[in-house]
Design a protein around this ligand. Structure first.
Ligand code: 0X9
Ligand code: ZN
Length: 335
């Protein structure tokens, strides 16, 4: 079972409510926060920070940052992130290992980085009539600024191009922005946007990474059972500390049963999260591609099994993503 006991995919309002409840019930340990920028459709981006004496942000502890949904249809990403928040909060009370790790670190969890996109995908009624515009399979955000005029009207959910318009937040960061593996075309699923950090969602992430001591981050996606690290394209410099960076990725992959590799080995990407954050800060960043075969498979497989490492997850018996996240936190606590 999951730390929260959850058995089905959350809606956006449940994420927001639960994060605030976790903070309200654990005032010394947990602080809920809203990212500085709300989305084009006016939604808040909500997160929690978990640390002993959580309000004392100048204590100099390393920050471990877990992000969920960048891509709207990748629902398990949000679930794994919020379960990790429960894990830390419950574990602080009843698991000595977690208690010790939480005591040495600060932990930021933002389950839904892209709430406009997520809510459309999550709330979509199957349409079946106009497949191209099937909202459930939306990937990007809802910013229509670069779309043709007729597709700029109304919120995403009410526009015939709601599925296609928007920017891919995982192509909008400044790391090698504008290169291969990202599109200049408004309707492409990998549209990079008009300029690096043109989007509110990526600016919010930049705000956290650039204003806090983020030494370790994981950005969650679905699917392919991968633990990815920089670089996103083969013909750019390799990290100077690649052996140690790779070793942490390999260790986490031994837990969840995924393949550990540089992300260019999957395909070229530019403007993705850790291709910016790694070179901006030197903190290690990983993309997890959770689950074997779909963007949001049945909850029991994609969330319960993949998180806990109980069969039929790839990492059955090895701890699953839960244990991989503990490895990452251990590295943040004792680098
Ligand atoms: O293409 C992506 O953004 C990620 N795959 S997904 O199917 N979830 O869309 C992979 C990104 C891998 N590249 C880097 N992290 N650099
Ligand atoms: Zn993704």
């Amino acid at each position: 079972t999951l730390p929260s006991g959850r058995t089905s995919y959350r809606h956006l309002y449940e994420y927001d409510y639960e994060l605030k409840e976790l903070a309200r019930k654990n005032p010394k340990l947990v602080q809920a926060f809203t990212m500085p920028l709300s989305t084009v459709e006016g939604r808040d981006v909500v997160g929690v920070e978990i640390a002993t004496d959580v309000a004392d942000i100048a204590d100099g502890k390393a920050v471990n940052f877990l992000m969920g949904v960048h891509h709207a249809r990748e629902w398990p990403a949000g679930e794994h992130a919020i379960e990790w928040a429960y894990e830390l909060i419950n574990g602080y009370r009843n698991n000595p290992e977690i208690r010790s790790l939480v005591g040495k670190t600060r932990n930021i969890v933002v389950p839904i980085v892209n709430p406009d996109g997520f809510s459309i995908s999550r709330e979509a009624e199957p349409k079946g009539d106009f497949t191209t515009f099937d909202y459930e399979m939306k990937r990007k955000n809802c910013n229509a600024a670069d779309s043709p005029a007729q597709f700029r009207t109304g919120v995403c959910m009410a526009n015939p191009a709601g599925r296609l318009r928007g920017i891919d937040p995982n192509r909008n960061y400044a790391g090698f922005w504008g290169g291969p593996g990202a599109s200049p075309t408004w309707s492409s699923d990998t549209f990079r946007g008009g300029s690096p950090f043109s989007e509110l969602e990526t600016r919010n992430v930049r705000h956290i990474v650039s204003t806090r001591q983020v030494t370790n981050l994981i950005t969650l996606h679905t699917f392919s059972n991968l633990v990815l690290r920089v670089p996103g394209r083969a013909d750019v410099p390799r990290p100077l500390d690649e052996p140690a960076y790779k070793a942490l990725g390999d260790k986490m992959a031994s837990r969840n049963g995924y393949i550990s590799q540089p992300s260019w080995a999957l395909y070229d990407t530019t403007g993705s999260t850790e291709d910016w954050s790694y070179w901006a800060t030197g903190g290690w960043g990983f993309t997890f591609e959770v689950g074997p075969n779909d963007f949001h498979p049945p909850f029991a497989e994609a969330v319960v099994a993949e998180y806990t490492g109980v069969a039929p997850a790839a990492g059955a018996g090895k701890g699953g993503n839960r244990q991989a996240f503990v490895d990452m936190l251990t590295n943040a606590a004792d680098p």
